[in-house]
Design a protein around this ligand. Structure first.
Ligand SMILES: Nc1ncnc2c1ncn2[C@@H]1O[C@H](COP(=O)(O)OP(=O)(O)O)[C@@H](O)[C@H]1O
Ligand SMILES: [Mg+2]
Length: 377
C-alpha cells in the first residue's frame, strides 16, 4: 500500500552530478539501508525522498501517489537525524508531543498555559499517544526529564519517539547512530532491529558503516559515486557481489583481491598455481576475490606465505601473510587454536575453498564463472 518508489532520480550541485539516474523500490514494512562511502550521495537521495531537497529529474512516489512536488510535511514521512535536535527546555513528554501539537491543534490551542485549557480533549488524546509510544520504546520513566538529563542512547530513543507519535508511513534515518560510542552503537543496532520488527513500518536507513547495514537490513542498496550498484539481502550481497567495488566495500576485514590471469588453456593462474575452472574461459587478465574465511591453513596447502601480523579478535584470529606474487598482504581467518601454532615471520601453507572464489573482469564486473571443486589432472 505504502510502497516507496524512486525512479530515475538525478541531482547535480552546480556542475557536479551527485545522483545519476538512481532508481529504488521499497516495499511496505521493509528495512532498507542505503550504504556507501562518504560523499556517494546517500543523504541527498534520502533528502529527495523526504522532500527536503528537490531532484533535477525523476519521480518519487509513495503508495502509488506521485509526491515529487508534494511538500515534506505532507508526505507523512518521519526524518530522524544524526543530531537529535530535541528542544532542551522542554520535557521528554513535551518534546514528543510537539509534532502532534503542530499537526492537530489550531493556533490558539498551541498558546502556552491557556492552550491546554482551551483544547483539553485534544491534549488528552495527544498525551495518550505519547504515553503509548513511550511504552513501546520503554522510556516512560523518562517522560518528565529534560534532554540534558538523558544519556546519548536515551536521547536517541526520544528522538525516535517524537518521530513515531505521528504514525508516519516510513521512518527515514540518516546515520542516526554515528554520534554514539562503539558499544552503544552495537546495542542500538539491536534495538532498532527489534523496534522495526514490532512496528512493521518501513525504515529507510542511511549509513556509511557496512557492518550496520549487514546487521540490520532486510535489503541493502550499495551506493557509490551517485549510483546504486547492487540491491539485495545482506547475505546475498556479501556472498554474491555483482562487481569488485561492492565486494571490496562489504565485509571486514576486506575481501582479498589478486591480479590473476586466465591462461591459454582456459584455466586460472593465481600466484604461481593453476586452478581449474568449471568452464574454461578465454585468455584474459582477471581479478580474483577471496574472503578471509574462505582461506585456511593446511600443511598440504598449495599456497604459502610468511606471517606478518596476527590480528587477535578473541573468537577469531586474522593472520596477515606476505605472499610472493600478491600485491598486498593476504588475510586469512584462523581459529585461536590453529593460530596459536603459528609464529610471526614463519612460513605457513594455506589453501582456498574453490566454490567460494569470486572472479571479476579487469573492468570490475563479476564473471559468472566458478572454480572447479576438484582439480582436473
Ligand atoms: N547543498 C549542497 N551543495 C553542494 N554540494 C553538496 C550539497 N549537498 C551535498 N553536496 C555534495 O554532494 C555529494 C554527495 O553528498 P551526500 O549526499 O551528503 O553524500 P553522503 O551522504 O553519501 O556522504 C558530496 O560530494 C557533497 O559534497
Ligand atoms: Mg550523509
Amino acid at each position: 500500500m505504502s510502497k516507496i518508489s524512486l525512479q530515475s532520480i538525478e541531482k547535480s550541485f552546480g556542475e557536479t552530478p551527485v545522483l545519476k539516474q538512481v532508481s529504488l523500490d521499497i516495499e511496505e514494512g521493509e528495512f532498507v539501508t542505503l550504504v556507501g562511502p562518504s560523499g556517494c550521495g546517500k543523504s541527498t537521495l534520502l533528502r529527495i525522498l523526504s522532500g527536503l531537497e528537490q531532484a533535477d529529474a525523476g519521480r518519487v512516489s509513495i503508495g502509488g501517489m506521485n509526491v515529487t512536488d508534494v511538500r515534506p510535511a505532507e508526505r507523512n514521512l518521519a526524518m530522524v537525524f544524526q543530531s537529535y535536535a530535541l528542544y532542551p527546555h522542554l520535557s521528554v513528554a513535551d518534546n514528543m508531543m510537539t509534532p502532534l501539537r503542530m499537526r492537530d491543534l489550531p493556533m490558539w490551542g498551541r498558546l502556552p498555559m491557556i492552550g491546554p485549557l482551551l483544547a483539553r480533549d485534544t491534549y488528552r488524546v495527544m498525551q495518550g499517544q505519547v504515553r503509548e509510544v513511550a511504552e513501546t520504546l520503554k522510556i516512560t520513566p523518562l517522560l518528565d526529564r529534560k534532554p540534558g538529563q538523558l544519556s546519548g542512547g536515551q536521547r536517541q530513543r526520544v528522538a525516535l519517539g517524537r518521530a513515531m507519535v505521528r504514525q508516519p508511513v516510513a521512518f527515514l534515518m540518516d546515520e542516526p547512530l554515528s554520534n554514539l560510542d562503539a558499544a552503544l552503537r552495537v546495542h542500538m543496532r539491536a534495538e532498532l532491529s527489534e523496534l522495526h520488527r514490532r512496528l512493521k513500518t518501513t525504515f529507510v536507513y542511511v549509513t556509511h558503516d557496512q557492518a550496520e547495514a549487514l546487521t540490520m537490513s532486510d535489503r541493502m542498496a550499495v551506493m557509490m559515486h551517485g549510483n546504486i550498484l547492487q540491491v539485495g539481502p545482506p547475505d546475498e550481497i556479501y556472498a554474491n557481489p555483482n562487481c569488485l567495488e561492492v565486494a571490496r566495500f562489504i565485509g571486514s576485514p576486506a575481501i582479498n583481491t589478486f591480479a590473476a590471469e586466465i591462461q591459454s588453456d582456459g584455466h586460472l593462474a593465481l600466484i604461481g598455481t593453476t586452478l581449474s575452472l568449471v568452464q574454461p574461459l578465454t585468455r584474459a587478465p582477471v581479478t580474483v576475490g577471496i574472503r578471509p574465511e574462505h582461506l585456511f591453513l593446511s600443511p598440504t596447502g598449495r599456497f604459502q606465505g610468511h606471517v606478518r601480523y596476527r590480528e587477535n579478535l578473541g573468537s577469531d584470529v586474522f593472520l596477515h601473510l606476505d605472499v610472493e606474487g600478491a600485491q598486498q598482504p593476504v588475510v586469512l581467518r584462523a581459529n585461536p587454536a590453529q593460530a596459536a601454532q603459528v609464529t610471526l615471520r614463519n612460513r605457513v601453507c594455506f589453501d582456498l575453498e574453490p566454490d567460494k572464489v569470486l572472479l571479476f573482469q579487469s573492468t570490475g564486473e563479476r564473471l559468472p564463472c566458478a572454480l572447479a571443486t576438484r582439480e582436473v589432472a
